[in-house]
Design a protein around this ligand. Sequence first.
Ligand SMILES: [Zn+2]
Length: 302
Amino acid sequence: MRTTTIFLTSLLAALLACGEPRSVPRPAAPRIEQIASPAEGIFANAYLIETTDGVVVVDAMLRVSDADALRARIAALGKPLLGVLLTHGHPDHYNGAAIVTAGRDVPVIATREVDRVIRADDAAKEKQWKPMFGDQWPAPRAFPSRLVGDGEVVRLGGLSFRAHVVGPAESHSDSYWTIDGLPVAFVGDLVFSGTHSYITDGHTTAWLAALERLAMAFPAEVTLYPGHGKPGGAELIGAERRYLERLRVVVRRLSPNGAPLGDAAKAELVAELARLEPGLTLDFLVGLGADAVARELAADPR
Ligand SMILES: [Zn+2]
């Protein structure tokens, strides 16, 4: 009997030691709604997770009008907003947080690393993009008000939202969120779905490694909620890996020394990707980030 007790105690300790609880009671599945911005808002997604007690939002859109629409949708549900979770520190995911939370005592929650990126880059991003977006660039913007670490759980609306730190990948520091007991993951821009990828931060090597880890992290039946484009299954991870591998091959060929590509080479890169990965939108992202990837590959010639 004692042996059995010790065995069970050890087993329990081993299970608890894992970052992911193995036997979490499956909570009542919340309703998850995708709010997608139009092309002018670069198809950025936010997600509403509606529980019996209220609404949790993942990411907060780029433009004023898209954040206004998100706020209106929350209001239409007639339930309190409980929190805003951010996946990463790019403006198309946090810009609208101030609009969504205005007048409410609601936390904006992110990992410490994501918070650091937002605070470090916010002014430069505004300088770069406000001339293009004008009045659609939100001011003021809200920075995270509650910070979490890797594996930390935030309880909202009776659900356990778990933060996962990824490190540099699509941005200088990515994270994703899961809900304990449910096969869902809000992966931000770790995968793009039906669009080209933002590659300007130049971490494609680390991104590919992160995708390899992600592929093993989720159950087969997982639904991934991406930062752009339609939700899908685990196949989105394989598609993103293939896209980045193909992109890197063409960039290496066009810029073997890491030199900037020039307009003709960028056009060739876009055309080649259109041939290899037909039907993707947002092809301006390719030219925008090509030089960063060329530099990255030249510095890491593998
Ligand atoms: Zn994005």
